[in-house]
Design a protein around this ligand. Structure first.
Ligand SMILES: Cc1ncc(COP(=O)(O)O)c(C=O)c1O
Length: 420
């Protein structure tokens, strides 16, 4: 049973947990609106990494104390990520980052493809969910890209339905766009993929800081996310359905175990960062318990955390979009109708007149406001929206540690920029 929310979102407590939010730049407190490329980490994460080095720094499976502690730490981090995904621990695979994991998985899946087998990708996706599948063209696979509806940067579902056929072996889809924030209807598309006999692979990197992932509900076959985008360290984590992790053959060294999930974790992992991943999940759970004292268990606490952070992010986001829409020369990409904000997350990309986004990001950066400019590796989308040759877009990402004051500072600085 879900708990009932009892307390308002305690932004002061949240910000206290993130020591780096106090950083000063040119006399201003930094406003971290750069979350889509990597969030800040709470002190629980840095403590866990330090603690690992002080108490558990050894390789795995040794017959001595620090190695045993390391093994226990990895098991508990896997259990934390299993709660995060809503799966069982041996369906959780740690790896270097989403891109590297996806290339490795694609290569393993590619062993079973025949020439003419098709893979569906999309124009909305980060290239890390396109290039690894395109690499299988070398084996004769045919890549079928799905287009978008330009007016609101959502997937063209009619095109998607046309592209998924009896020849489709895998559909590779992003949960949320890291450029325009669109959230895709994953569960619905998984049904279409499965009905055609295809596997469903989900890139949840951009969704993970904004919403609770539930691989059971989605029924996807694989899902990858990167803890450094949800308040943890720079690593990647894969969920794979047990049957697939057992059936597909990874490229691995012979002495490494064939058991799950070890057969997919090639070489020595960055174990200190795995300790940090567990701490990031536990930080979110702690936040959830503070928002709702009635929750039982970590998964429920995570649900409570995301319920609260989503509300907070969206309050800020509504204000940001409204004000920007009233600013002359601003062109926003993606959904702007507040009635449809459940279809998107709080990541906004726009252009301001003909200004190069790098110029705007530099101006903001000098005022301690951190945003991103460019294509963020969503190359197909940047080309489709015809901004690739013009420096891309300016991207503002709001996460739960951001404040209304930071949004106001951004808006004021943009007005100052435009009035120069
Ligand atoms: C949506 C999305 N997918 C994939 C990636 C690649 O993730 P990683 O850096 O872990 O390889 C990113 C990184 O920006 C991303 O935003």
């Amino acid at each position: 049973m879900q708990g009932t929310e009892t307390k308002p979102f305690d932004i002061a407590w949240v910000r206290e947990q993130f020591p780096s939010l106090k950083l000063q730049v040119n006399g201003q407190t930094a406003a971290f609106l750069d979350g889509p490329a990597g969030t800040q980490v709470p002190k629980q994460v840095t403590d866990a990494i330090q603690n690992y080095f002080l108490r558990a720094n050894a390789n795995t499976c040794g017959a001595f104390e620090t190695s045993r502690r390391n093994d226990m730490m990895i098991a508990s981090a896997r259990a934390a990520m299993a709660d995060f995904f809503n799966c069982v621990p041996d369906e959780v695979v740690f790896g270097q980052n989403m891109t590297t994991i996806t290339f490795a998985l694609a290569r393993a899946i590619g062993r079973e493809l025949k020439p003419g087998d098709e893979i569906v990708v999309t124009t909305l996706d980060h290239d890390a969910n396109v290039a690894p599948w395109r690499a299988l063209e070398e084996k004769g696979a045919v890549i079928r890209p799905v287009d978008i509806l330009e007016e609101d940067c959502t997937l063209d579902m009619e095109d998607l339905k046309r592209k998924i056929t009896a020849k489709t072996k895998l559909v590779a889809l992003g949960y949320a766009s890291n450029m325009v924030g669109t959230i895709n209807p994953i569960a619905e598309i998984t049904k279409l993929a499965h009905a055609a006999g295809a596997l469903m692979f989900v890139d949840a990197v951009h969704f993970a800081p904004h919403g609770l992932i539930d691989v059971k509900e989605l029924d996807c076959d694989f899902l990858v996310c990167s803890p450094y985008k949800f308040f943890g360290p720079h690593m990647g984590t894969l969920y794979g359905k047990r049957e697939h992790l057992l059936r597909f053959k990874p490229y691995k060294v012979r002495p490494a175990p064939e058991t799950l999930p070890d057969r997919w974790e090639t070489g020595t992992q960055v174990q200190e960062l795995i300790a940090g991943i567990a701490a990031a999940v536990d930080y979110l759970a702690e936040l959830g318990r503070r928002c709702d004292s009635g929750v039982k268990g970590r998964r429920e606490a995570l649900r409570a955390a995301y319920r609260a952070t989503h509300r907070h992010e969206m309050e800020l986001f509504v204000r940001l979009v409204q004000e920007l829409q009233e600013t002359r020369g601003v062109r926003i990409f993606g959904i702007t109708d507040p009635q449809r904000f459940e279809e998107r997350c709080s990541t906004l990309s726009f252009r301001l007149g003909n200004h190069n986004p790098t110029e705007i990001a530099t101006f903001l950066g000098e005022r301690g406001i951190f945003t991103w400019d460019g294509n963020f590796y969503a190359l197909n989308l940047s080309e489709r929206l015809e901004v690739e040759q013009k420096g891309g877009v300016l991207r503002v990402g709001l996460v739960h540690y951001n404040t209304a004051g930071e949004v106001d500072r951004l808006l004021a600085a943009l007005r100052e920029f435009a009035a120069r």
